[in-house]
Design a binder for this molecule. Structure first.
Ligand SMILES: [Zn+2]
Length: 397
C-alpha cells in the first residue's frame, strides 16, 4: 500500500516572526527584512502569539501528513499526529506466525475515541470495536467472531447472537439463527452477463472463475451479513473493468451489487451492501438511483445532513493539510462540479450516502486488510455524524 498523496507541509502554516538577528543573516534572500523597525517586530510577535493561540484552538484539525511505515506484505502502518505530537490516527498491523492483527485507533476532534481490533488466525477471525466519549466512558461496542468448522460449516457470532452457516461446499447455503433456517441459492443471484463501468449491460458471459469469485465473496461473510445481503440484493454482477471497485445500483427494480474482479476485501463488499441498506425500499419498489431527487435514503435525514454540515465547515475552516483534505473528498464533495453535479445540495445527498456506506463497512468488516486513509479521517473529523450512522446500523443490522 502506497500513500498516493504527495508529501505536503505537516502543519498548518503560520507566519513565523522574523527577528533582526535572523534578518541580518538573510539579507540576500529578503532585503526588505533589513528595514524592519522595532515596532514592526512587536507586531510580528503579536501575530505569532495570535497564530499560536489559533493553532491551539484548532489543534485536533492541525495534523501531520500520514506517516507510513512498513508492517509486512502489502500492509503499511499509518500514523497521524496533531500539532502537539499526540497520536490522533493510528493503524498498526502485527504478524505472529499465522496470526494477523490489525489495530485502529482514532482520537476524534470532539475528544471521543474509536478502537478497533481485528484478529485473523487461520480459520478463526474476530473483531472488537469500542467507541468512547471524551470522558473515556464506553458509548458503543461491537463484537464479532467467525470460525470455519470444516469445508461445509462455519459459526459466526455478532454481539452474542450465534449464526450457523452450512452448505459452504456447494452454492446453496443455509443460515440458522434462533431456530430459524434460511436457504439461499447463491447461483441464482448471479447475473449471467457482465456490465460496463457505466453500468450498461454487455453481451459478455460471466466465466466460471468469475462466478465462483462472486459466490465466494458472499460465502466468507458472517451469518447476519449474509442474511442482510439476501434481503437487500437481488443480483450480483461482475463488472467488465477493474477501474472501479464496486457499485450498488437499482436497475429497473432489480437491486444489484456490482464488483470489479480485483475486489477481494470484505470492506468493499460491505460498503456496497451499505448503500443497499441505506436505500429505503420497504415497499419493494426501490427508486431509481440515477434520479437523485427521487432517492429516499436513511442518510437523507435532515439532522444527519445538518450535523455533517457543521463538521464539514469546521474541517474546511481549520484543516489546511492537503494530504488530509484529499481523502475527505469522498464524503465532503466540495469538488461537486468536477464530479458532474449541478448543485452542491445534489452532491451532498451522495456524500451523505457515501458516509453511511463507509461507516457500515467499518463497523461490520473484520478483514485484516490494507487500510485506506479515508476511514480514519472520516472518523476523526466527523464523529457526531458517524455516530448517527452507527446508531442506525444497530437498528438495521
Ligand atoms: Zn460508495
Amino acid at each position: 500500500m502506497i500513500n498516493s498523496v504527495g508529501m505536503n507541509s505537516n502543519y498548518v502554516q503560520y507566519c513565523k516572526p522574523v527577528f533582526t538577528s535572523q534578518a541580518q543573516n538573510n539579507v540576500a534572500i529578503n532585503p526588505n527584512v533589513e528595514t524592519k523597525t522595532p515596532k514592526e517586530n512587536t507586531n510580528l510577535i503579536m501575530q505569532y502569539l495570535e497564530n499560536q493561540a489559533r493553532n491551539n484552538v484548532s489543534s485536533p484539525y492541525n495534523v501531520s501528513t500520514p506517516i507510513w511505515t512498513h508492517a509486512f506484505g502489502n500492509c503499511d502502518n499509518m500514523k497521524v499526529t496533531d500539532a502537539q505530537g499526540n497520536v490522533v490516527q493510528n493503524v498498526e498491523f502485527k504478524k505472529d506466525g499465522d496470526k494477523l492483527t490489525e489495530e485502529i485507533f482514532v482520537k476524534c476532534v470532539n475528544g471521543s475515541t474509536v478502537n478497533k481490533t481485528i484478529i485473523n488466525d487461520g480459520n478463526k477471525k474476530s473483531m472488537e470495536l469500542i467507541f468512547r466519549n471524551k470522558n473515556g466512558e464506553i458509548t458503543g461496542q461491537e463484537n464479532r467472531s467467525y470460525e470455519k468448522i470444516d469445508n461445509d460449516t462455519a459459526i459466526s457470532v455478532h454481539n452474542g447472537k450465534t449464526y450457523k452457516i452450512s452448505g459452504l461446499s456447494s452454492d446453496v447455503i443455509t443460515v440458522e439463527h434462533n431456530g430459524q433456517k434460511k436457504v439461499i441459492d447463491l447461483a441464482k443471484k448471479i447475473q449471467p452477463t457482465l456490465d460496463t463501468i457505466e453500468n450498461e449491460p454487455t453481451q459478455k458471459q460471466i466465466s466460471q472463475e468469475q462466478r465462483e469469485f462472486l459466490i465466494n465473496s458472499v460465502k466468507k461473510l458472517s451469518g447476519d451479513i449474509i442474511l442482510k445481503f439476501d434481503e437487500e440484493i437481488d443480483q450480483m454482477v461482475m463488472l467488465d473493468t477493474d477501474e472501479y471497485e464496486g457499485f450498488y445500483r437499482n436497475d429497473n427494480g432489480v437491486r444489484k451489487l456490482k464488483l470489479s474482479p480485483k475486489v477481494k476485501d470484505d470492506m468493499t463488499f460491505i460498503h456496497e451492501l451499505g448503500h443497499a441498506i441505506n436505500r429505503i425500499d420497504s415497499e419493494g419498489n426501490d427508486v431509481n438511483q440515477n434520479n437523485w431527487s427521487n432517492k429516499v435514503c436513511w442518510s437523507d435525514n435532515k439532522d444527519f445532513a445538518k450535523t455533517r454540515e457543521v463538521e464539514m465547515n469546521n474541517f474546511r475552516n481549520r484543516c489546511n493539510n492537503d494530504s488530509i483534505i484529499q481523502p475527505m473528498g469522498k464524503f465532503i464533495y466540495d469538488d461537486f462540479v468536477k464530479k458532474g453535479y449541478v448543485t452542491y445540495e445534489e452532491a451532498q445527498q451522495d456524500g451523505q450516502d457515501e458516509e453511511f456506506a463507509e461507516m457500515t463497512g467499518f463497523v461490520n468488516c473484520m478483514d485484516v486488510d490494507w487500510i485506506n486513509e479515508r476511514v480514519p479521517c472520516m472518523l476523526q473529523f466527523m464523529p457526531d455524524s458517524t455516530q448517527m450512522v452507527y446508531k442506525k446500523n444497530q437498528e438495521l443490522l
